[in-house]
Each structure stands twice: as C-alpha cells, then as structure tokens.
Design a protein around this ligand. Structure first.
Ligand SMILES: Cc1cc2nc3c(=O)[nH]c(=O)nc-3n(C[C@H](O)[C@H](O)[C@H](O)COP(=O)(O)OP(=O)(O)OC[C@H]3O[C@@H](n4cnc5c(N)ncnc54)[C@H](O)[C@@H]3O)c2cc1C
Ligand code: FES
Length: 372
C-alpha cells in the first residue's frame, strides 16, 4: 500500500471562466490514468517548486483545488484569483498551456456519500435520492462535480442546487449550469442567489444565510433531502449547516467542504504544548509500506513537523487543519489535535487524525499515512 505523492502533469488548457476565475485542465498520461481516477467532490494538491518561474526562493508552495469535472470526465480544476493571494495569482498570471505542474493524486471525502450511492444505484440496490447542494462563489467547484456525477450516474435521483454569488457576471460555471438545467429539466432545480444584483424574486436576492435556507425550505422540500453538500465562505457554511440541522437533517447527512480557516480561528499559540502532552515521544511512521521511527521533541509543532524535520517526505498542503492532505490513521497510542476543520465524526471514530495538528499524549505512537 502506498500513500500520496506528487506527479508531473502537463497543463492542457487554461480557460477564463469569469473575470477572476479560470479552468485549468490537465493531460493525464496512460501510465497515470489509474492514479488520477477521482470520485465526485475530490480535490488535487498542486505544487509550485522552489525555483520555478516566479517561484519561491525558499521551499515549495502548495495549494489544494477541487476537481470540477464529473467522474469519468477529463481532469480539471476551477481557480478563483484571491486578492494578494500568492498561488492563485501565480496560476492566473504565469502558468501557460504546455507547462508542467506537480500534482498529487485526487483525495478528499466530501463526495464519498455520492460515490457510494452511485455505485449502489448502478447495482440497482439503492433507491433514487434527492441531494441538496449549497455553494457560494468558488465553492461551486466540488459541488459541480457532485451535481454532474449524480445526474449522469443516477437516472432516478434529483438535485436541488442553491448557488450564491455577488452577481450573474461573477458566477463561475454559469453556462455549464444552464446547459445542465436544460438537459435535466425535471431532475435539476437551480436557484441562483445574488448578493449585489437586484432580481425580480426577493428569494433570489441577498445572502445565502440561515434565514434564506429557512425560506427556501418548502420550495426545496427539505424533508425529502437524503444528503446535503455545502461549500462556500465560512459564514455560508456555518449558517447553512445550522439551518439544515434545525430543519431536522441528521448531522451525518450534512457534508461541508472548507477552503480555509475562519478568520476568527487565527491563533499564534495554536501549536504550543498543553498540559497532558507527552514531552518526548517515539513516533513510528508508516509510509509507502515502510516503517520508520522518529523522535517527537518539545519544539515540534506537530507529528507532521517532526516527520518533516526527520527528512521524511510526508503529504501535506494547508498545515491548518482544513484540507486533510496530511490525514493518517492512528494505529497505536493517543494524540490530541489543535483543531480540525476537515475530518467528520465517522473519520475520527475510525481513528483518522490530521498529523499537521496532532501532538502525542503517550510516549509511543504509531501512525500510518498508507491508510487513507
Ligand atoms: C480542500 C480545498 C479545496 C479548495 N478548492 C478550491 C477551488 O476549487 N477553487 C479555488 O479557487 N480555491 C480552492 N481552495 C482554496 C485554495 O487552496 C487557496 O487557498 C486559494 O487559491 C488562495 O491561495 P493563494 O495562495 O492565492 O492565497 P494566500 O496567499 O494563501 O492568501 C492570501 C490572502 O487571501 C486570504 N484567502 C485565502 N484563500 C481565500 C479564499 N478562498 N477566499 C478569500 N480569501 C482567501 C488569506 O487569508 C490571505 O489573507 C481550496 C482549498 C481547500 C483546502
Ligand atoms: S495539511 Fe491540510 S489539514 Fe493538515
């Protein structure tokens, strides 16, 4: 069993989608086809190597981008340019078709419930489903992948998509969604909501917040929703989740993908030692089928940091507890995490941890990056 690694992929095309968003598609050579097979809602981690054109002088730079294609379509991601953002501006300004990027294999479990459902439906053992998708801004990318995969793969299932944007002009994948609506007239209900553009229906104006979800509830038929997928800015994620819980949707049916840490979570002392931490520990790390023992020292920010300091090539992207690229399974011992915006209850119960946030509580800990 091997874990995550970077692979060089050629950029096939960079296509402008809106004024500040582009779609970046990759060529996947035959020998990497199985490696880059993806499930709806998964993401890629891209790496700009130190010394690349416009690259960082000291160390590589990594960011995650959700795949916006349906399972089986060509590999592509949608990237919105963030003001002052290092990586998104580099992709927008410097990258060209024909360039090669370092890309990690697809990962993430946001759409796992869809993948399972689709497989069961194909086997005709699962009933048709009603999925509710709520996206804000660039949060549409993993949601689009889920929407397209379900509509194409589950002939009896239907999707309601609430999609918040500033205006029609800033809406990513606008034409593709219009095409989907026309193609799946009875199975896709699309409700755009604009915060800075007046439209005839008050329901379609304003922010996609808790109150808006409550007002949409009878139109959606919220009691018929089997699974909900939410991805957008922090406030949208939190408010929509709260509204769905209040409407009676079970927590395990609500799936939230976060693109970053809420500003309120900034904390300079985040990784500081706490009472109960093991002051020193032996960490056994399983990676690519090999086992290596490393020491955890008082200055180490996390188990991931200790493994990196020991020279191990371990997978990571955000180091903030958001993306789960550093996910590993705890096979022995106990750890605590500084924060977790990525793992769901079922992941935690199955023993998964975010190594970028994990501190040993016991003197012996065994973690495996090969268990995904
Ligand atoms: C699992 C996952 C999937 C993601 N999928 C996508 C995707 O499909 N499309 C996409 O465009 N992005 C996506 N992101 C966000 C992406 O990884 C980067 O964080 C984003 O492109 C900003 O990187 P940067 O280097 O340009 O900005 P940075 O240099 O890292 O940040 C610059 C400033 O912008 C703020 N900032 C960072 N990200 C955002 C943001 N998303 N919105 C507003 N302000 C921000 C930072 O707080 C900072 O102040 C995803 C993130 C995760 C964890
Ligand atoms: S590297 Fe992103 S959660 Fe740990």
């Amino acid at each position: 069993m091997t874990g995550l690694h970077f692979h060089p992929l050629r950029v096939r095309e960079l296509r402008a989608d809106t004024d500040d968003a582009l779609v970046l598609s990759f060529e996947v050579p035959d020998d990497l086809r199985a490696t880059f097979r993806f499930q709806p809602g998964q993401y890629l981690t891209l790496r700009r190597a130190a010394g690349a054109a416009g690259g960082a002088a000291g160390g590589d730079l990594r960011r995650s981008y959700s795949i916006c294609a349906a399972a089986g379509e060509g590999l592509r991601v949608g990237v919105r340019r963030v003001d002052g953002g290092v990586f998104s501006n580099w992709l927008h300004q410097e990258l060209k078709a024909g360039d090669t990027l370092e890309v990690m294999e697809p990962q993430g479990r946001f759409g796992a419930a869809v993948a399972q459902a689709t497989a069961q439906t194909a086997a005709q053992t699962a009933p048709p489903r009603h999925l509710l998708c709520v996206a804000g801004g660039s949060g549409i990318t993993p949601v689009l992948s889920i929407v397209k995969s379900v509509l194409a793969g589950e002939p009896g299932s239907r999707v309601t998509l609430l999609y918040g944007n500033r205006s029609a002009g800033s809406t990513m994948f606008k034409e593709e969604l219009e095409d989907l609506k026309n193609r799946y007239l009875t199975r896709l209900a699309l409700h755009p909501v604009f915060s800075r553009e007046q439209v005839d229906s008050p329901l379609n104006s304003g922010r996609l917040d808790r109150e808006k979800i409550e007002r949409f509830a009878p139109i959606i038929g919220i009691e018929t929703v089997d699974q909900a997928f939410v991805c957008g800015p922090h406030a949208l994620n939190d408010e929509v989740e709260a509204a769905l819980l209040a409407a009676g949707l079970a927590p395990e049916r609500i799936h939230v993908e976060r693109f970053g840490v809420p500003p309120s979570a900034a904390d300079a002392t985040l990784h500081a030692p706490r009472e109960g931490d093991a002051t020193t520990a032996r960490i056994t790390v399983v990676r690519d089928g090999l086992t290596r023992e490393i020491g955890f020292q008082p200055g180490d920010e996390s188990i991931l940091a200790a493994a990196s300091r020991a020279g191990m090539d371990v997978p990571f992207s955000c180091k903030s507890g958001v993306c789960a690229t550093c996910r590993a399974k705890l096979l022995q011992g106990e750890v605590r995490m500084d924060r977790n915006f990525a793992l769901e209850k079922a992941d935690l119960e199955a023993g998964f941890i975010l190594t970028c946030q994990a501190h040993p509580l016991t003197e012996q800990v065994v973690v495996s990056f090969d268990h995904r």
